[in-house]
Design a protein around this ligand. Structure first.
Ligand code: ADP
Ligand code: GLC
Length: 474
């Protein structure tokens, strides 16, 4: 089975969030179980040059806005699977990966270039696996081309929803110019008087998936559907939830090259070293017995930062440390800086993006906070489990599917979980965790339950292959 995975970001080439972790790891896992998978992703200014092995195609002529644009395709296997990176400086050489009014156009071009590349490679593809709104364009295009071009006749599309909140909307007057001239294609985009790339993906793809089972259910409800819940309900027979995996080659405390010391479930002494090192990095007093809470996150409303704002006072009153790594909305960045200024001997803050520090925090922290408003899957809670860092999460999306609330009587559970989006419930869980932390035996139990959990990509990749098979039979 030949599969092409398209994504706007993928580790190790580019990353702003979990989407990159997933689409970097999935093609590798697919190849690992015998599938013939390639990854196609843009080459940004931010893409590390050492990952670009060679120029595979120097003259990739892409039909674009009535003319022809000469792009290039680099080749690499740095993520563990064959990868083509689309080089088109006019679209992708910017100060940041996203955030421009013409993002819709940049990614429409990426889709067009990716399909041109696949055809140029000459081998028909069984499944084109599209991810989030940035790839919705290809869904509409393939659904159309299938009737006109023998190359695409047997190709089927799977569209994965990583986050329904981002929709890639633009004026529908642009569609014609971007090569979507037929009514058939335009209908897929049509959404409340404008064009939505996400809607095109949801409407035109042969199969849909979400990155956890629970999120697949949540987005069919009006409160979480962003106006598209009706379409998801309509297509629910074609909507499947597959929980993301963890790439344990990148996230494993026994081997992680970013850590000052290593550890495993049978010997946790290295974790203490990591905690000491982390406290030192943030110039905090070295009291290793005090619990250390952490967050590593995009600072957006999705992540429930308001709950952290409400709980921070109680958390610090307990004497605990709090370390935050994040970037995003200014109001949240300012809140973190204020908190640090108010309690400099308990709080450490790094505003920005820092890959190494993300690993060091996962290893050195005792508890990891994820009180999200919604969370399609969430990866940090799964990284935390492996690093013996106990997650405290809200029971939504993938957080609900992967974290089980600790039960003192039976010793079951791998973390702490609350339901209502309420500061009181969150603070209660924080205190429950602090009490459990004080009981060394109970804490070891929770850590053991988490560290021995298997969230590897292999089983998720098998589920994707099963989904691809289903898609091919119609
Ligand atoms: P989302 O994709 O919604 O941001 P996930 O939990 O799926 O949430 O994935 C977030 C990923 O991005 C994780 O790998 C996390 O470590 C990383 N990350 C988020 N913010 C930062 C940051 N400021 N610095 C480094 N890594 C970050
Ligand atoms: C999105 C979601 C996150 C998920 C990630 C990878 O960014 O916000 O919950 O883990 O995609 O699927």
């Amino acid at each position: 089975m030949r599969i092409a995975v398209l994504s706007s970001e993928a580790v190790p080439y580019s990353k702003t969030g979990g989407l990159a972790d997933v689409t970097g790891a999935l093609p590798k896992a697919l190849c690992g179980i015998g599938a013939d998978a390639v990854l196609i992703t843009p080459c940004y200014l931010q893409t590390n040059g050492e990952h670009l092995w060679s120029v595979a195609i120097d003259d990739l002529w892409v039909n674009w806005r009535g003319g022809s644009y000469r792009a290039r395709a680099f080749y690499s296997e740095a993520n563990g699977s064959p990868t083509f990176l689309i080089d088109a400086p006019e679209f992708f050489h910017r100060d940041s990966i996203y955030g421009y009014t013409e993002d819709y156009e940049r990614f429409a071009f990426f889709n067009q270039a990716a399909l041109t590349l696949l055809k140029r490679l000459g081998k028909p593809v069984d499944i084109v696996h599209l991810n989030d709104w940035h790839c919705g364009f290809a869904a509409a295009k393939i659904a159309h081309l299938r009737f006109w071009d023998a190359f695409w006749r047997n190709t089927r599309t799977v569209f994965s929803i990583h986050n329904l909140a981002y929709q890639g909307g633009f004026s529908n007057g642009e569609l014609w110019d971007m090569g979507f001239g037929s009514e058939f294609e335009r209908n897929h985009f049509a959404f409340n008087g404008y064009a939505s790339a996400l809607k095109a993906g949801l409407s035109a793809s042969d199969m849909l998936s979400t990155v956890s089972r629970r999120y697949g259910y949540e987005i069919q409800q009006a409160e979480n559907g962003y106006g598209l819940d009706w379409l998801l309900r309509l297509r629910r027979e074609r909507l499947f939830g597959i929980t993301n995996g963890v790439d344990y080659e990148v996230w494993d405390p026994e081997t992680d090259p970013e850590l000052p010391a290593h550890f495993s479930v049978s010997d946790l002494s290295g974790k203490k070293e990591c905690k000491r090192d982390l406290l030192e990095r943030f110039s905090l007093p070295l009291d290793l017995d005090r619990p250390l809470f952490a967050i590593v996150t995009r600072l957006t409303a999705q992540k429930g930062i308001e709950l952290i704002q409400h709980a921070a006072g109680d958390l610090l009153a307990s004497g605990a440390y709090f370390i935050a790594l994040g970037s995003g909305e200014k109001q949240y960045e300012d809140f973190l800086q204020r908190l640090r200024n108010a309690a400099p001997s308990q709080v450490g803050v790094f505003v920005g993006y820092n890959e190494s520090l993300a690993h060091q925090i996962e290893a050195g922290a005792d508890m990891f906070l994820m009180p999200s408003r919604f969370e399609p899957c969430g990866l940090n809670q799964m990284y935390s489990l492996r690093y013996g860092t106990v997650p405290i999460v809200r029971a939504v999306g993938g957080l609900d599917d992967t974290v089980r609330d600790y039960d003192r009587v039976n010793g079951t559970g791998n973390g702490f979980k609350f339901n209502a989006f309420s500061p009181e419930r969150f603070t209660e869980k924080i205190y429950e965790a602090i009490f459990a932390y004080a009981d060394t035996e109970a804490w070891r139990r929770i850590q053991y339950n988490g560290m021995t959990e298997d969230n590897s990509w292999e089983s998720a990749a098998k589920k994707y292959v099963e989904l691809y098979r289903r898609t091919l039979v119609g």
